[in-house]
Design a protein around this ligand. Structure first.
Ligand code: HEM
Length: 189
């Protein structure tokens, strides 16, 4: 129930999956609203929340990477050809990588903005900035990169969700339920 098996996901992997998916969507939404917020104090509060949740995602990502490496990976449906497995496997690896890369580009962005943005995490502790020196030009580049990767990840996550729904409701192989209930195998297994 706790660990993955070769056929099913365990509770920890399932919690990581859904908590981080929810945090990503919340984080994306805060990112968008803070960009368009006209009142400076409200904008600063949103940025502080965005930075804190982003660092929380980064910390969870690091633990999740260790967990993923220490656990089995349940097999994809048996009916899929070798070539068909490459695309979902590659997209899963990319999604997992983006959970770490996007927060790191945010950290680089805050670092190149010098002291312009506070770097307090949930008001509890401060994190150091990377010693890159303040440069609004560099901050502009990191900002575009950060936003581009966030939008790219949103599209990739949507395709990933649609593929899961197709498996569940068109191919009826129980793939999505496997990521909802610990210990649950695919329907034909
Ligand atoms: C998975 C984690 C993250 C996601 C999905 C995310 C997403 C976003 C999005 C969608 C925007 C608005 C982009 C736009 O429309 O221009 C944004 C902006 C921003 N993010 Fe993140 N972010 C994440 C993590 C972080 C972290 C960890 C930090 C800082 C340590 C950070 C700092 C910022 C800053 C400062 C901006 C404003 C950029 C600007 O005004 O040009 N983000 N983020």
């Amino acid at each position: 129930m706790i660990l993955n098996t070769e056929k099913s996901f365990g509770l920890v992997s399932i919690l990581f999956h859904w908590i981080m998916a929810a945090l990503f969507l919340i984080q994306f939404w805060i990112g968008l609203t803070m960009e368009s917020e006209p009142v400076l104090a409200a904008k600063q509060a949103l940025i502080a929340r965005h930075v804190s949740i982003g660092i929380l995602i980064l910390a969870l990502w690091a633990i999740r990477i260790v967990w993923t490496l220490c656990n089995r990976r349940p097999a994809l449906p048996g009916g899929m050809q070798q070539g068909e497995r490459r695309l979902p496997r590659a997209s899963h690896v990319l999604l997992l990588a983006l959970f770490g890369i996007i927060p790191l580009t945010g950290w680089l962005l805050v670092s190149t903005m010098g002291g312009l943005l506070p770097f307090q995490i949930f008001g509890l502790f401060a994190l150091p900035r990377f010693g890159l020196g303040a440069s609004l030009h560099a901050a502009g580049i990191w900002s575009v990169f950060h936003a581009f990767l966030a939008y790219f990840m949103l599209i990739l996550a949507a395709v990933h969700a649609l593929a899961a729904l197709r498996h569940q409701f068109t191919l009826k192989d129980g793939l999505m339920v496997r990521m909802l209930l610990p210990g649950r195998s695919l329907i034909d297994e």
